[in-house]
Design a protein around this ligand. Sequence first.
Ligand code: ZN
Ligand code: ZN
Length: 188
Amino acid sequence: MDCPKCKSPLVNGLLSDMLLTKHCRECEGDWISRLNYQTWKSERVEHPPNPDVLTKNYHLPYTPSHLDAKTAPCPECSSVMARGKITLKEPFYLEHCLTCGGIWCDRGEWEVLEQLKLDTNIAQIFSGVWQAQVRASHANELERQAVIDKVGIEMAQRVFDLADILEKQPNGDFAAAYLMRRFKGEKS
Ligand SMILES: [Zn+2]
Ligand SMILES: [Zn+2]
């Protein structure tokens, strides 16, 4: 089997001490077959998927491989591989063959997935629901940042705390509407 990215022959490799792969010595990518992934995963505690993890680790220091941008056919069955975006400041794509179920990681990608605890949940990265949740999480964080920029961190924290409290109240929306009215009244 040859490397889908640089065509060098793949050799036996190992990730996370236990996960058997086919490794490319040239570009340092790894091919994880469906069977090897399932075997490895069955011996692990599955982390519950958390779409906020990408927002919280947005600035994770990582330089994607220059081969990440290159699309490639599955090294096992030659099918076109799906690309699942990992939205960090330095985004990268994980590749997954939907036909044979294998996973391609360019150099360093697996280690990032491990750090983000996404390593036991590869399939969800390719789901539309998950990608939408990640986008919502990022948008939410941008909004929070905008509030901090406008009113300062101290006031912003009080606003966030109040929002959290109101969210848990059965009539929280009523109190929020009161606040909105106060400001509308002041401006007109
Ligand atoms: Zn390679
Ligand atoms: Zn395949």
